[in-house]
Design a protein around this ligand. Structure first.
Ligand code: VGL
Ligand code: ZN
Length: 205
C-alpha cells in the first residue's frame, strides 16, 4: 500500500510578493519540508501558463482581474498574469525542499482552457498523466498540500477522490485565497469521503 504526497503549485507567484499571492502561503513551506519523509512518493504540480493564456485578465481588453467570463464554454475567473512559463513567478518557492520530488506535472499550458486540478483541465478533456503515473506506482492513498486551498488544492482533491484514491487534505500545509470559500470547499470534500488532518497527525497513521 503506497502513499503519495502531491505538492500543488508551491510557486513564487502564489506567496506574498508574487503576482497572485495567497495570504500566508509562504508559511506552509516549513510544514511541507517537515512531512516529506512520511511518504513513499512525492510529486508536484506546477501552474505553467503561456503569456497569451485565456485566464489572464490582460488578454481580455475591457475586463478586469476577478471578472468572470465564458472561456470556450466554461466559466472562467480572470486572474492577474501569473506563473508564466519560465518566469521567476513560476519557479518553486526557493526554500521548498524539492529533492524528494520524483515527477512534476505541469498544467494550464493550453491558452484556451484553465487547469486547476493536477489531474485534468477544467473541462476534463485532457489528462496531465498524473492518474496513470500514480496507478503505475501502486498508489492507493493520496495526500495533498499546497496553494491555493479553494482552487488548485480543492480541484486536485476532488478529482483524486473521484478517481478512487483514499484522499487526505493536510490542512496546515495549505492556505486559501479566501477562508470562507475554503470552508465551503472542505465541507464538499468531506461529503465525498475526504479526510482532513493536520501534519502532526501523520506520524501515527
Ligand atoms: C491557481 C488560480 C489560478 C491555484 C492557479 O494554484 O490555486 N489559482 N491559477
Ligand atoms: Zn493559473
Amino acid at each position: 500500500m503506497s502513499r503519495v504526497l502531491i505538492l500543488v503549485d508551491i510557486q513564487n507567484d502564489f506567496i506574498p510578493g508574487g503576482a497572485l499571492p495567497v495570504p500566508g502561503g509562504d508559511q506552509i513551506v516549513p510544514v511541507v519540508n517537515q512531512i516529506l519523509p512520511f511518504f513513499d512518493l512525492v510529486v508536484a504540480t506546477q501552474d505553467w501558463h503561456p503569456p497569451d493564456h485565456g485566464s489572464f485578465a490582460s488578454n481580455h481588453p475591457g475586463k478586469k482581474v476577478y471578472d468572470t467570463i465564458e472561456l470556450n464554454g466554461l466559466q472562467q475567473i480572470l486572474w492577474p498574469d501569473h506563473c508564466v512559463q519560465g518566469s521567476h513567478g513560476a519557479d518553486f518557492v526557493q526554500n521548498l525542499n524539492t529533492n524528494p520530488v520524483e515527477a512534476i506535472f505541469r498544467k494550464g499550458t493550453d491558452p484556451k482552457i484553465d487547469s486547476y486540478s493536477g489531474f485534468f483541465d477544467n473541462g476534463r478533456k485532457k489528462s496531465t498523466g498524473l492518474a496513470d503515473y500514480l496507478h503505475g506506482r501502486g498508489v492507493k492513498e493520496v495526500f495533498v498540500a499546497g496553494l491555493a486551498g479553494e482552487f488548485c488544492v480543492n480541484y486536485t482533491i476532488m478529482d483524486a477522490a473521484d478517481l478512487g484514491f483514499k484522499t487526505f487534505l493536510i490542512k496546515d500545509a495549505t492556505r486559501p485565497l479566501d477562508w470562507q470559500n475554503f470552508e465551503k470547499a472542505m465541507q464538499k470534500m468531506q461529503e465525498k469521503g475526504v479526510t482532513i488532518l493536520e501534519s502532526k497527525d501523520l506520524g501515527n497513521r
